[in-house]
Ligand binder design. Structure first.
Ligand code: ATP
Ligand code: MG
Length: 353
């Protein structure tokens, strides 16, 4: 895409005030309200009932970001349901990531997504990717996110093949802080913890992204349901039972760490070219014993940490608090493990590629 132009499906200008009438506001596909939450092409806002009855207040406030304020730089990633672009704020020069999800979703799903976006926008934790603004327009959800210039752990793994234990412990500690925040402050389950949802930057920071929204889209989209990636890091109880809790994220964390340490997804597939059949994968996760870290290749602390996460019975898994105090994490506390250097020496940041 040419620098300076945004995708044609993104609305670049805000509607004139007279276009925003109350009837449009309540009935048209571009806007919907759920409780005190309003989502339309101007973004997500928390409104009071009196504001809803006054259409002119749909106008964005002065400090609110608009899609028109950004220049598209390049595509930096593609996921199952959307595309992620590096964009630059026209006036400040600051980089952001713009995630655009295009989907024909039902009203009930949109409602659910709106709730998740609200939690996203209200999250303030150094280990959670900041979600600045969300827009919904005619089937397209656009989310302006903090730009993480090192990409995801999937991108890092492609460059380094496997991550040595000391770096993994420091990465893990940051993920645990983000997870602790989601579980204990926000009372939400991430539901889609995987290497591509753990982002890194040149400062050595690791942040969790995509909680809620991608899992909702995955659980409601036929394409996602037939996609192996939707299940790879999913806890057995999520596959086999309706009830699951915070500790399903702990299972996913354990699988992610094991993959980062070994460079391979821990469940061996029957086919030489990896997991193709979704049902075979689900059956394996539910029926086979939990994977473990090979004790001849990894430290006892690492093996014990993995087994504290990857337990088939969620009650046997440790919580984020307990894991934070685990010897695998505390062992490197006083050693100066330089993640910033490790991330930057792995390869150039995405913005300069
Ligand atoms: P899925 O759609 O199956 O969940 P995914 O997580 O890879 O897969 P996206 O969330 O769309 O899909 O992200 C695609 C890629 O875009 C990521 O792997 C990452 O490399 C990049 N990316 C996403 N968000 C950001 C961000 N805030 N900053 C920098 N890069 C990002
Ligand atoms: Mg993602």
């Amino acid at each position: 895409m040419k620098k300076g132009s945004l995708a044609p499906n993104l609305k670049l200008s805000l509607p004139p005030p007279d276009e925003v009438s109350l009837s449009k506001f309540l009935t048209e596909s571009g806007t919907f309200k759920d409780g005190d939450l309003l989502v339309n092409r101007d973004g997500v806002r928390i409104v009071s009932q009196s504001e809803v009855e006054t259409p002119s207040l749909v106008q964005p406030s002065d400090n609110q970001l608009s899609l028109a304020d950004f220049d598209a730089v390049r595509v930096i990633g593609k996921g199952n349901g959307g595309i992620v672009r590096l964009v630059q704020h026209k006036w400040t020069g600051q980089f952001f990531a713009l995630k655009v999800i295009q989907m024909n979703i039902e009203e009930s799903v949109r409602r659910h997504i709106a709730q998740e976006l609200k939690i996203n926008q209200s999250s303030k934790c150094p280990n959670i990717v900041i979600c600045y603004q969300c827009f919904y327009d005619n089937g397209t959800i656009s989310i302006i996110l903090e730009y993480m210039d090192g990409g995801s752990l999937t991108d890092l793994l492609k460059k380094v093949n496997m991550i040595p234990e000391p770096y993994l412990a420091v990465i893990c500690k940051q993920v645990l802080k983000g997870l602790w925040y989601l579980h204990h402050e926000k009372h939400v389950i991430h539901r889609d913890l995987k290497p591509s949802n753990l982002l890194i930057n040149h400062r050595g920071e690791v942040k969790i992204t995509d909680f809620g929204v991608s899992a909702i889209l995955a659980s409601t989209s036929d394409a996602a349901l037939s996609f192996v990636g939707t299940y790879k890091y999913m806890a057995p109880e999520r596959i086999s039972a309706d009830r699951y809790g915070y500790r399903s994220d702990i299972w996913s964390l354990g699988i992610v760490l094991l993959e980062c340490a070994t460079g391979e997804f821990p469940y061996l597939s029957p086919q030489p070219d990896g997991w193709i059949n979704v049902y075979e994968l689900m059956e394996t996760i539910v029926n086979e014993p939990a994977p473990r870290a090979p004790s001849d290749l990894y430290s006892p602390e690492f093996c014990s940490f993995i087994s504290a996460c990857v337990q088939k019975d969620p009650n046997d898994r440790l919580s984020t608090n307990e894991l934070m105090a685990h010897p695998f994490i505390t062992k490197y506390d006083n050693l100066d493990i330089e993640l910033a250097m490790y991330f930057t020496s792995a390869g150039p940041s995405l913005a300069t590629l």
